[in-house]
Design a binder for this molecule. Structure first.
Ligand SMILES: Nc1ncnc2c1ncn2[C@@H]1O[C@H](COP(=O)(O)OP(=O)(O)OP(=O)(O)O)[C@@H](O)[C@H]1O
Ligand SMILES: [Mg+2]
Length: 321
């Protein structure tokens, strides 16, 4: 059995940067989706985005994210209805086409973040109100918040940054109805509590995450992805307390690895042209996505080593006819 590092290295020049399967395509930062009447085919590319820039590709990422999302969607269907119909390729799923709510529902359990607009930087600058939530003095960087909070953002169009808002501001702007917002808000709190509990059983802390909801058949449901290492922060539980006591940052198991590489090696925090990811960071990132998948699901990841572009075409052409 070839080891995963070698498999990921061998796939470095076979990653899926973009797809062109015909039909009506919508390209997000990471997902390409194809409208099929009242359904939608979501293909998870290998693209990685951070600081709102697409940085390049990570081998196996599409498969890992698609399978991670499918895992969590199945586990949480009793907490929130969701869009999943069927997984149709290691990196693609068929879903119900929904009208996305024009807000993103960010859930936070800790004072964390890297960007200037993060709750951590905002708190460090002395602000004690974040998205309408009052924060007490005396919280530590990377420490637990007094309780989980939902801090919504606008849903920025491609190339635009999402803007932090309070619930009241979102409702006043009229982009989402109160009824839809509150249905999504309740599901977000419940999904996050479930995710935290499940992660804790696996030795991880689910620090924060972002959900998207949409309306379909008159019902608000969870769409897009859930609890993936792209949409969430995960920290290792075992050395969290000792690292905090020593004034060290928690160890993460998510996309933070790539963000840190950009900050530490290139001083890049989102402004200007992002540096190119080298082969080593791309493989290391793949190994971290794999570790997250295996830890969270408790099962071994089986990488698909076919050429992903050819495989997607073969598995999906029947849907796109
Ligand atoms: N079931 C669905 N029905 C309609 N649109 C969906 C559905 N699921 C996901 N989408 C949309 O498909 C797109 C997926 O793209 P992607 O995940 O790459 O996100 P993005 O919006 O570009 O950025 P990010 O998720 O990082 O904020 C999103 O615009 C999302 O709202
Ligand atoms: Mg998305």
């Amino acid at each position: 059995m070839t080891d995963l590092r070698t498999i990921a290295s061998n796939l470095l020049d076979k990653t899926v940067k973009e797809t062109d399967l015909g039909g009506q395509k919508h390209a997000g930062k990471v997902r390409d989706s194809y409208l099929l009447g009242d359904q939608r085919l979501i293909v998870v590319s290998d693209r990685i985005s951070a600081f709102d820039h697409i940085l390049g590709t990570i081998p196996l990422k599409g498969q890992l994210l698609n399978q991670a999302a499918a895992y969590w969607l199945e586990k949480t269907q009793d907490i929130a209805p969701n869009h999943l119909i069927k997984v149709v390729d290691p990196a693609a799923m068929l879903v119900k086409n929904c009208i996305p709510l024009k807000a993103e529902f960010v859930m936070r359990g800790y004072l964390a973040g890297t960007t200037e607009t993060s709750i951590l930087r905002s708190y460090e600058k002395g602000l004690r109100n974040f998205c309408g939530h009052r924060l007490p003095d005396g919280l530590s960087a990377h420490g637990k918040l007094p309780k989980n909070i939902m801090t919504p953002t606008t849903k920025g169009d491609m190339g635009k940054h999402d803007v932090n808002m309070s619930k009241e501001e979102i409702l006043a702007s009229g982009v989402v109805s109160k009824q839809h917002f509150e249905a999504a808000e309740e599901m977000a709190y419940n999904l996050f509590a479930f995710g935290q509990k499940h992660a804790a059983e696996k030795g991880l802390i689910l620090v924060d995450t972002k959900y998207e909801f949409g309306v379909c058949e008159g019902q608000v449901m969870l769409i897009d992805e859930i609890h993936t290492p792209d949409s969430s922060r995960y920290w290792y539980q075992d050395d969290y307390a000792t690292r905090m006591a020593a004034g060290k940052r928690p160890r993460s198991l998510d996309k933070e690895y790539v963000r840190r590489w950009m900050v530490d090696n290139h001083g890049f925090r989102g402004d200007g042209t992002p540096p190119l990811l080298d082969a080593e960071v791309r493989v290391e990132a793949a190994l971290r996505y794999i570790e997250n998948y295996e830890t969270v699901t408790g099962s071994t990841f089986t990488p698909n080593t076919e050429d992903p572009a050819a495989r997607l075409k073969k598995n999906l052409e029947g849907y796109l006819k």
